[in-house]
Write a protein that binds this ligand. Structure first.
Ligand code: UFG
Length: 339
């Protein structure tokens, strides 16, 4: 297939582009580059030996998006471009609603205009909300999320349901990610957060490489086995493979709109993750336990039964693989992608 990947220079996008190319698809990228660098594209080309056309466009620019989709150049779109920092979304909710919703509306309108109706959407486990029982099942209705970032995912899922009802030609995958971590096994691409990392594994990696003094663990008194929060960490290359599987399933089986969990089905605590990273980098990592972070849930993980059965997809890489690959990327690229 000829696939347009929005946010294709970003963390999950870059790995998804590699997986698509390795599965025989043709790929172009559109990215605003506000949170990513063009050198990520060059690294994808180095890994795959293929040229990847990349367009620097803000998706809210409807005319530009329409131009990209013109002339029947694409069979489907994988939409990952979004702002994604939970804490920042609490400070700047309008920026999040404007960007994440506006870019999606513009993209969907341009797709309908040019008769492209195969769509894979980057959603999140956060749509299950704070009250859903664990593990989160794919048939649970998204209720509400605790942040404006998460609300944009809930709202877009709802918009996509409505779009599919109004026009049965649409084929839509809702991929609910749990906690993607790790890096490509080559060490050439990986997560490159701008500023202080919000997420656990990028922060640990920066401590390991000497960019940060120590990790703060947000809360040691949760009702979990060791008192720290548990999450369902999933290797980003497994997440990328999930996109390819979902896209191919949309074409082969033609569901109208369907949600799948991209998670492993097991929880790992913050302390267990630190220990795994210590094994990967070969040294002890300094940390201290501090107050809880507002909004964090104690523990959640996926029930990926539907993704396993319908997509023929499952997470294959272990927590030790995730840490080893993150460390390979971080130690080879201590300050992330080159400018
Ligand atoms: N944590 C620390 N110290 C840090 C960073 C994180 O102890 O410096 C802890 C958090 O308290 C949490 C765990 O590590 O218990 C994981 O935190 P992350 O920030 O890595 O991930 P979250 O589970 O909070 O967030 C993820 C995604 C969001 C999504 C959210 C809810 O990154 O996009 O899950 O599904 F919204």
């Amino acid at each position: 297939m000829r696939v347009l990947v929005t946010g294709g220079a970003g963390y999950i996008g870059s790995h998804t582009v590699v997986s698509l190319l390795e599965s025989g698809h043709e790929v172009e990228v559109v990215d605003s580059f506000v949170n990513s660098k063009p050198s990520a594209i060059r690294r994808i080309e180095e890994i795959t030996g293929r040229a990847v056309p990349a367009h620097s466009v803000d998706l809210r620019d409807r005319a530009a998006v329409s131009g990209l989709l013109a002339d029947g150049r694409f069979d489907g779109v994988i939409h990952l471009a979004a702002l994604k920092a939970v804490g920042e979304s609490m400070q700047e909710p309008l920026a999040y609603y404007d960007n994440n919703l506006g870019s999606t509306y513009s993209l969907l309108q341009a797709m309908a205009e040019h008769d492209v109706r195969t769509f894979v959407f980057s959603s999140s486990a956060t749509v299950y909300g704070a009250k859903a029982p664990v593990p989160y099942r794919e048939d649970f209705e998204p209720l509400e999320s605790s942040s404006p970032y998460g609300q944009t995912k809930v709202m877009i899922e709802r918009v996509l349901e409505d779009v599919a009802v109004a026009d049965p030609e649409w084929r839509i995958a809702l991929l609910r990610y749990f906690n993607p971590v790790g890096a490509h096994e080559s060490g050439l691409i990986g997560e490159d957060p701008q500023g202080v990392p919000n997420n656990l594994v990028p922060f640990i990696a920066q401590v390991a490489v000497g960019r940060r003094e120590k990790l703060s663990i947000y809360g040691g008194d949760y009702p979990t086995e060791d008192g720290t929060c548990e999450r369902d960490y999933i290797h980003v290359s497994d997440v990328a493979a999930g996109h390819v599987a979902a896209l191919e399933h949309l074409v082969a089986s033609a569901p109208q709109v369907r949600a799948w969990n991209l998670g492993s089905g097991t929880g790992t605590s913050v302390l267990q993750m630190i220990k795994a990273f210590e094994r990967a980098c070969g040294r002890e990592l300094p940390y201290e336990i501090v107050d809880r972070r507002p909004g964090d849930l104690a523990a959640f993980w996926a029930d990926p039964t539907r993704a396993n059965a319908e997509l023929g997809w499952a997470a294959t890489r272990t927590v030790d693989d995730m840490c080893a690959d993150t460390w390979r990327w971080q130690s080879a690229n201590p300050t992330g992608f080159p400018d």
